[in-house]
Design a protein around this ligand. Structure first.
Ligand SMILES: Cc1ncc(COP(=O)(O)O)c(C=O)c1O
Length: 418
């Protein structure tokens, strides 16, 4: 790589998901604005990933920047135990109002994995508070819910990247996503037979993201809700990837017309500005924690939970969703992806192309050389980060049509060996 800044070396920094012995240097970025990354050396890359799906309004939207700057001046952080501040209380009320049904009770944390951990803890305690010890969670093939120990146990043990740890993390119950009658029967049979052990069922609604960008239909979510109700089980939706308009509605579950008992949000919550997450419970789950004793209370409280700076960014992001036509923009992106990625179906090694909202996936028939492809994309002036057997686009929801075309053309050209 040319133009390597003096600070860039791998002597001390440990990179994510990386074999450090063979790792190439990552791309040094000095500025991010809108849908562009500017690298050290002055190159511009059109961003097709939005920094792991966070920067929904593009990088550094002026309204978000202003809200964060003002909050920084006033009070970047105070502890949430015993002290209160407006940004968090306002944000909780706004999230509750936007979420479907009675998902009204918001517990803030600082990352997606921890939001899922809190959901698991809420679900387990829901039963404990009623005198039942239920320790199992049902999750699905191709699921990804995080990298912490409890969430690793909910990822696909074979397809996922945590298989090394199988046997070390508490084993959970994995089944195929019940997208057909046979799988649905297997799933129902499992719930019927093991319901007394099961605390909850957890799924990423409509799109399983980091587990392979797999899609399923609204019917799956409706069936899950119906069966969880039939067997008296809690249902958790992990909308850390799908939330905030990515799939074409503010939350993916809206499309199915069902709501979970607990929902997990993060990533685009602060528009990719600061790390923040929320686990939101419905009245049924919340009321199971209420009594005259702390014994039944949720014993959780991360140091930086609900920090004002992150909440200010999230409130500004919600303002943008209210003021600007994000859902219409997602519709436009979806139509353009559908049209422009379709020719990739004819490219060598491509098994399938699928689109949902602002997510475009080129499914290859085998694992790709992700690093080599990434380097080719950088040469073409785009930031696209394939993994496993998929090349995908999840751009900012504000991306201009011309920039999106540059991204889709880059994929087509690279697949064609150009
Ligand atoms: C659906 C889903 N759940 C949980 C997580 C974990 O979030 P974090 O990386 O913030 O811990 C991710 C991250 O990719 C995710 O996509």
């Amino acid at each position: 790589m040319t133009n390597i800044p003096s600070w860039l070396s791998l002597e001390h920094v440990w990179l994510p998901y990386t074999q450090m012995r063979t790792a190439p240097l990552p791309v040094p970025v000095v500025e991010a604005s809108g849908t562009r990354l500017r690298t050290y050396g002055g190159r511009e890359l059109i961003d097709g990933v939005a920094s792991w799906w966070t920067a929904c309004h593009g990088y550094g939207h002026p309204l978000v920047r202003k809200a964060v700057a003002e909050q920084l001046e006033r009070m970047p952080h105070v502890m949430f135990g015993g002290l209160a501040h407006e940004p968090a209380y306002k944000l909780a009320a706004r999230l509750a109002a936007k979420l479907p049904d009675d998902l009204n009770h918001v517990f803030f944390t600082e990352s997606g994995s921890v939001a899922v951990e809190v959901a698991l803890k809420m679900a387990a305690q829901f039963w404990l508070n009623q005198g039942e010890r239920r320790t199992k969670f049902v999750h699905f093939s191709n699921a990804y819910h995080g990298d912490t120990l409890a969430t690793m146990a909910l990822c696909d043990p074979d397809e996922g990247m945590h298989k090394l740890f199988s046997g070390m993390v508490p084993e959970q119950i994995i089944v195929g996503v019940p997208g057909d009658q046979q799988r649905l029967q297997t799933f129902e049979c499992l719930l019927r037979n093991r319901r007394k052990e099961i605390a909850a069922v957890i799924i990423e609604p409509l799109i399983q993201a980091a587990g392979g960008m797999k899609f399923h239909g609204c019917g799956v979510l409706q069936d899950l809700r119906k069966l969880c109700d039939r067997y008296g089980l809690l249902l958790i939706f992990d909308e850390i990837f799908t939330g905030f308009a990515r799939t074409g509605s503010m939350f993916a579950c809206e499309q199915a017309g069902v709501s979970p008992d607990i929902i997990c949000l993060s990533k685009a919550l602060t528009a990719g500005t600061l790390p923040l997450a929320a686990t939101v419970a419905n009245e049924k789950v919340y009321s199971a924690m209420l009594s005259e004793s702390t014994e039944t209370a949720l014993m959780h409280g991360p140091t930086y939970m609900a920090y004002p700076l992150g909440c200010a960014a999230a409130n500004a992001s919600l303002d943008l969703f209210e003021q600007e036509p994000r859902l219409a923009q997602v519709k436009g992106i979806e139509a353009q992806l559908r049209e422009e990625l379709a020719p990739c179906r004819q490219a060598p090694g491509v098994r399938d192309v699928r689109i949902k909202g602002a997510v475009g996936v080129v499914q290859m028939d085998r694992a790709v050389d992700a690093l080599a492809l990434r380097a080719k994309f950088v040469e073409k002036g785009v930031w696209i980060k394939p993994f496993g057997d998929v090349i995908y686009l999840t751009p900012a929801l504000v991306i201009e049509g011309e920039d999106l075309s540059t991204l889709t053309t880059a994929i087509y050209d690279v697949l064609r060996g150009r």
